[in-house]
Design a protein around this ligand. Structure first.
Ligand SMILES: [Zn+2]
Length: 286
C-alpha cells in the first residue's frame, strides 16, 4: 500500500446534526496511523458549537493551529473555518488566525456554514488572496461558482472537496474547473461501483493526474474505502502515487517550501480500539 497524505481532514465536533460526530487530534492521528496516512491538512468541522459566536470559531481555529504547532511534520499547514453570518467580525477573525496562528486559509461547508458559494464569501476570499492562501470548498450544486472564484481570486489555490461523490458532480467539475490551474481536487467519499463513465480512471483521463489528491473527509467517512479504490484502480503505479501523496506534497510545499513528508508511521498518543476508530453505519463513521 502507498503512503497517503490527506488534504481534507476535519477536527472538532459537528453538533448541528444528530447524532453529533467529531474527532480529537489524538483520534485523528490514530486513524491516520492505522491506515498509512502520513500527514494531513487539518481544518475544523463545519457545524461546530456556536453558543459564543465568533469566539467559538476562534477556538476551533486555534485547535487546528495548535495541532500544526505540535505536529509540524504531520500537519505542515492548516485551515480555519468561516461562518457567513459572522460578517465583518468573521472576516477579522480569519485575518487574525492567518496572521497570528499561521493558518493558510479556510475551509467552508455550504449547508452548514450558511453560504451558497456566491458573493457572500468575497470578503473572506479577499483576506486569503492577500496572503496567497488556500481554500477547501465543498462542492455544492454547480462547480461553476468555484470556477468563478478561481478567476476572480487568481492568487488563491482552491481544493474542491469530494469532487467525485456522484456522477453529476464529477462531470460538472471536469466541465467547469478542469482548465482552472489554481483549482485542485480531492477524491474523498468516492463511492464504489462507479462505471467507466465516471470512475477514477475517467477522472484522471479528464482532469489529469497533477492536481488530483486523496482526501479522507474524517471524521465522517471510512476513507479506507477510497484508499482501496486507488490501490486497485487500473492506473499506473506512478499515477497512484501522485494521487495518494505526491501531489499533496507539492501543494503543501507551495506554502511551506522546506517541508518534506515523514514516511515513517505515526505513533498516536492513545491506543484506540478498532471499534473506536472504525465503527460505522455503512461508510459513515460514528
Ligand atoms: Zn469535508
Amino acid at each position: 500500500m502507498h503512503p497517503y497524505f490527506d488534504v481534507h481532514c476535519h477536527i472538532g465536533m459537528t453538533v448541528s446534526r444528530a447524532p453529533v460526530v467529531g474527532q480529537s487530534v489524538g483520534r485523528c492521528l490514530a486513524r491516520m496511523a492505522s491506515a498509512n496516512v502520513i500527514g494531513a491538512i487539518p481544518c475544523p468541522t463545519a457545524g461546530g458549537p456556536q453558543a459564543r459566536g465568533v469566539l467559538d470559531t476562534r477556538t476551533q481555529n486555534e485547535t487546528i493551529a495548535n495541532a500544526c504547532r505540535l505536529h509540524p511534520e504531520r500537519f505542515p499547514i492548516g485551515l480555519g473555518i468561516v461562518e457567513v453570518r459572522h460578517e465583518q467580525v468573521g472576516v477579522d477573525e480569519l485575518e487574525r488566525t492567518m496572521q497570528e496562528d499561521g493558518l493558510v486559509g479556510f475551509a467552508c461547508h455550504p449547508a452548514l456554514s450558511g453560504h451558497s458559494l456566491g458573493g457572500e464569501l468575497h470578503a473572506f476570499l479577499e483576506v486569503v488572496a492577500m496572503h496567497d492562501g488556500l481554500c477547501l470548498l465543498h462542492q455544492a450544486g454547480s462547480t461553476r461558482n468555484i470556477a468563478a472564484y478561481a478567476k476572480r481570486f487568481p492568487s488563491i489555490t482552491f481544493i474542491i472537496g469530494h469532487v467525485s461523490m456522484n456522477k453529476g458532480g464529477h462531470l460538472d467539475a471536469i466541465e467547469q474547473c478542469g482548465m482552472c490551474e489554481n483549482v485542485w481536487f480531492d477524491v474523498a467519499q468516492k463511492p464504489e461501483g462507479a462505471d467507466e463513465s465516471w470512475d477514477l480512471v475517467h477522472l484522471v483521463n479528464n482532469l489529469g493526474s497533477d492536481r488530483l489528491m486523496f482526501g479522507s473527509d474524517l471524521p465522517y467517512y471510512d476513507f479506507r474505502l477510497v484508499q482501496n479504490q486507488i490501490e486497485t484502480a487500473r492506473l499506473d503505479d506512478e499515477i497512484k502515487e501522485r494521487i495518494a501523496y505526491q501531489n499533496a506534497v507539492r501543494l503543501v510545499q507551495q506554502f511551506r517550501q522546506d517541508w518534506l513528508p515523514t514516511l515513517t508511521p505515526i505513533t498516536p498518543p492513545q491506543v484506540y480500539s478498532q471499534e473506536e476508530m472504525w465503527d460505522a453505519n455503512g461508510a459513515r463513521l460514528y
